[in-house]
Each structure stands twice: as structure tokens, then as C-alpha cells.
Design a protein around this ligand. Structure first.
Ligand SMILES: Nc1ncnc2c1ncn2[C@@H]1O[C@H](COP(=O)(O)OP(=O)(O)OP(=O)(O)O)[C@@H](O)[C@H]1O
Ligand SMILES: [Mg+2]
Length: 259
């Protein structure tokens, strides 16, 4: 039995997925990218291999993706995140029309054809606002764990609007809201709504299809997903582990021959 691997080295996490010849997911790993993206990709790949009890020789094809895809030595080929997220989302939801990927450093909206091929995409990679980084900075300002931001936001009872559009100004605004005695859930909710509002603009640019799928780490924040879904007027499907979808798509492309 041969395996195929996808390695997605993003700005924040390096993810690897191992699949078999019928595209079943065998194992995966999510590790911090850190300052050495090449090493991070290798470590993610090795961790996924270890978990599967497999060796590198068992792997018939490797495709890399993500911001540092060019630095993955193990990969025979590399593909853009757009192609890989589209392929990975299609694996879980073949009816997908629009994909929204929010990672640590950028956010993207991708429109796909009924066969899952990419039709159009829009991307924000110029500004941290609207990305996972924005959420991390605001979680720091609120002194709340990043993983709790969504849960906290869903406990909000009073709506606050954040007026700044930039991460640095928003951070000051959050600090001043705290000193005014505003409640953390209400502030967290305003932060998540700011991300949802920005992302909805991106999605509208490519077109919002009936089935919207969200990928990337920020899809783990339930408040962002809920607010974005309300804003778009569509249910948003989230795969079981949204953070590995780019790597999964890369693995599927590797299984299909790597191009
Ligand atoms: N458990 C969690 N709960 C909420 N948010 C999370 C969780 N884990 C990760 N995130 C969010 O996901 C982001 C990282 O996402 P991801 O791993 O998809 O980024 P990346 O692929 O490295 O970045 P990029 O694609 O921009 O290069 C973090 O910035 C954080 O906001
Ligand atoms: Mg990514």
C-alpha cells in the first residue's frame, strides 16, 4: 500500500496529511512553523509518518503548499494554497461553491466550479486585520487564551462596535474599552464581528454560492463562523479539522499525479 502526502507550511503552522491510495486520511500533524519553515515542514511530515507507523519510502508522492511551499525538500511538486484549499474542501463537501480560508497571515475567498476546479479568488494579504494574527493580538490585549475567544464572544450580551480598521489602532481601542469597564465577552464579540465583516467583503467579491465552506485555523472560532454565516445569509460548513485542509488538498493532488 502506497501513501501520498501533502505538506502545508503556512506563516503560523506547518501541517502534513498522509492519505492512502483511495484518499482515506491515515494521519496528520499540525506544528508551529516557528522561524525555520524548512525544518517545520520536515517535522510535520515526520510526525504524520510516525503516527501512521510508515516510512518515507512508503510515500509515493509529496506535494507542498503554503507560504513556504518552495522550501519543502521532500516535495516533488508544489501547488498554490488556492488550489489546495479548493481540493481539500471539495473532498469533504463536493457541493461546495465558495471557500473561505482564514489563516494566520492572510485571508482568501475562492469560488469553485461544480467539479471543484477554481473559478476565481480574492485575497487579503496586505493587512493583518481580518486574519488570525488580528485575533491573536486582540486575545493578548484581552488577556484571554486564543482558543477561548469564540466561546467568550458567544457569551456577549451588549453589542459594541469597533471603529478602527487597523490592527494597531484596534488594539489601543480594546485596551481603552477594558479600562472603561466594558465586559470581555462584549469586546471579544466586537473583535470577532470585525473579522466577519471584513471577510464577508472578500467573499462577496468572488460570489457567495449556496454551499460555503470555511477552512484554516480561524474556522475553529465558532463566533467568527456564526457571525460570518449571519452576514452572508448562508450556512457555513466547517470540516472536522479545518486547519489541515490545505495539506489534505496537496496530498490529494499528489495522489492524482502531482499536477
Ligand atoms: N483552537 C483554535 N481556536 C481558535 N482559533 C485558532 C485555533 N487554532 C488556531 N487558530 C487561529 O488560526 C490561525 C492560524 O491558522 P492556520 O494554521 O490556518 O494559519 P497558516 O496556514 O499558518 O497561515 P497562512 O495561511 O496565513 O500562511 C491563528 O492565527 C489563530 O487565530
Ligand atoms: Mg494557510
Amino acid at each position: 500500500m502506497s501513501y501520498f502526502a501533502g505538506i502545508d507550511v503556512g506563516s503560523l503552522t506547518a501541517d502534513a496529511v498522509l492519505i492512502d491510495e483511495t484518499s482515506n486520511i491515515i494521519s496528520y500533524a499540525i506544528l508551529p512553523t516557528g522561524h525555520d519553515s524548512q525544518k517545520a515542514g520536515t517535522m510535520a511530515f515526520r510526525t504524520a509518518l510516525e503516527q501512521a507507523g510508515a516510512l518515507e519510502v512508503d510515500v509515493a508522492g509529496v506535494v507542498s503548499t503554503g507560504y513556504s511551499r518552495g522550501r519543502v525538500e521532500e516535495a516533488g511538486n508544489s501547488k498554490t494554497e488556492i488550489s489546495c484549499h479548493a481540493r481539500g474542501a471539495f473532498y469533504y463537501f463536493p457541493e461546495v461553491g465558495t471557500i473561505i480560508d482564514i489563516g494566520g497571515q492572510d485571508s482568501k475567498a475562492i469560488r469553485v466550479r461544480p467539479d471543484g476546479r477554481v473559478l476565481d479568488f480574492a485575497m487579503n494579504d496586505k493587512c493583518a486585520a481580518g486574519t488570525g494574527r488580528f485575533l491573536e493580538v486582540m486575545a493578548g490585549a484581552l488577556n484571554a487564551p486564543l482558543e477561548m475567544m469564540g466561546k467568550l464572544a458567544l457569551e456577549s450580551t451588549v453589542e459594541i462596535t469597533i471603529s478602527s480598521t487597523c490592527t494597531v489602532f484596534t488594539e489601543s481601542e480594546v485596551v481603552s474599552l477594558i479600562s472603561q469597564g466594558r465586559k470581555p465577552p462584549d469586546i471579544a464579540s466586537a473583535i470577532c464581528r470585525a473579522i466577519a465583516n471584513r471577510t464577508s467583503g472578500l467573499a462577496t467579491r468572488v460570489g457567495v454560492a449556496d454551499t460555503v465552506v470555511m477552512t484554516g485555523g480561524v474556522a475553529k472560532n465558532r463566533a467568527v463562523v456564526k457571525m460570518l454565516s449571519e452576514k452572508l445569509g448562508h450556512i457555513i460548513m466547517v470540516p472536522e479539522e479545518p486547519q489541515i485542509i490545505g495539506a489534505l488538498g496537496a496530498a490529494i493532488i499528489a495522489r492524482e499525479g502531482g499536477s
